[in-house]
Design a binder for this molecule. Structure first.
Ligand SMILES: NC(=O)c1ccc[n+]([C@@H]2O[C@H](COP(=O)([O-])OP(=O)(O)OC[C@H]3O[C@@H](n4cnc5c(N)ncnc54)[C@H](O)[C@@H]3O)[C@@H](O)[C@H]2O)c1
Length: 258
């Protein structure tokens, strides 16, 4: 039986960890040719090797989503090698709690988070359009968040976090693009996960009291597993979602239903 994204070429930014990584494995399992693109080049290559060892075709490449030249290089090489790009998953993302942002001032953190999460998504979308259109169309899946729809719980922020504004920006970028690109047969949707067990949330899950409080905010009573987000990406990437565009898909264990 053919896979749900059989023969499609998928580029996944931030594909070396967490949600992007789980999506790479699932897309590979369902017949896609997978390009794992991440600022951590070694981890991208290693992830692709692991996907290959399961019998799927994957390559790993280094790419910084804030650098348009990196994006152009990766997208042009992928289109040259595999014919087109039919799926783009924008999973590269940062969050103010990451150790890589430690020691920076609030304004530097603001700029960095907006740069990677919002501008990085914009640059990747912008540079995939012509390739996808030339190939007959495609599906773009952006990683927004429930934090792009509601504010942080007061334990999480003093109100000045750039994370929610970056993710709200991704949601509206998604809607704008969906409208503009529909005539080119390119669908654009976003995923809005609740908290997910990935390296991204390690600083939360390692604090027992905070973790417990955050778990309680999800009526399902736990954080998501990365695979649970990847299955939603698979639906949006496949032709099963052929009439879905401009949609934020909530995957939040009921967090925002309350
Ligand atoms: N984990 C969660 O709870 C959660 C919830 C909602 C939304 N999200 C979003 O989902 C996406 C993936 O999150 P995750 O939990 O898998 O995180 P993660 O930290 O496990 O993975 C993110 C990946 O992005 C890469 N990356 C960071 N900056 C980059 C850059 N400039 N260029 C290219 N790659 C870069 C990292 O190297 C890493 O491999 C993020 O956009 C995040 O905001 C996560």
């Amino acid at each position: 039986m053919p896979g749900r994204v059989q023969g499609k070429v998928a580029v996944i930014t931030g594909g070396a960890s967490g949600i992007g990584r789980a999506t790479g494995f699932l897309f590979g399992e369902h017949g896609a040719i997978v390009v794992i693109a991440d600022i951590d080049k070694e981890a991208a290559i290693e992830t692709a090797k692991e996907i290959n060892s399961l019998g799927a075709l994957a390559i790993g490449v280094g790419l910084d989503v804030t650098k348009e030249s990196d994006i152009k290089d990766v997208f042009e090489s992928a289109a040259k090698e595999f014919g087109t790009i039919s799926i783009l998953v924008n999973s590269a993302g940062l969050n103010p709690r990451l150790p890589s942002l430690a020691g920076k001032t609030s304004e530097e953190i603001w700029d960095k988070v907006i740069d990677v999460n919002l501008k990085g998504t914009y640059l990747a979308c912008k540079n995939v359009v012509d390739i996808m259109a030339k190939g007959g169309g495609g599906s773009i899946i952006n990683l927004s968040s429930i934090m792009g729809m509601v504010g942080y719980n007061s334990v999480m922020s003093n109100g000045l976090s750039p994370y929610n504004p970056s993710k709200a920006g991704v949601l509206l970028l998604t809607k704008n693009l969906a409208v503009a690109l529909a005539p080119k047969n390119i669908r654009v949707n976003c995923l809005n996960p609740g908290f997910v067990e990935t390296p991204f949330t390690e600083t939360l899950t390692s604090d027992a009291e905070l973790y417990d409080n955050l778990v309680k905010l999800h009526p399902i009573g736990r954080f998501a597993r990365p695979e649970e987000i990847a299955y939603c990406a698979l639906f949006l990437a496949s032709d099963e979602s052929s009439f879905v565009t401009g949609a934020p898909l909530l995957v939040d264990g009921g967090y925002t239903a309350q």
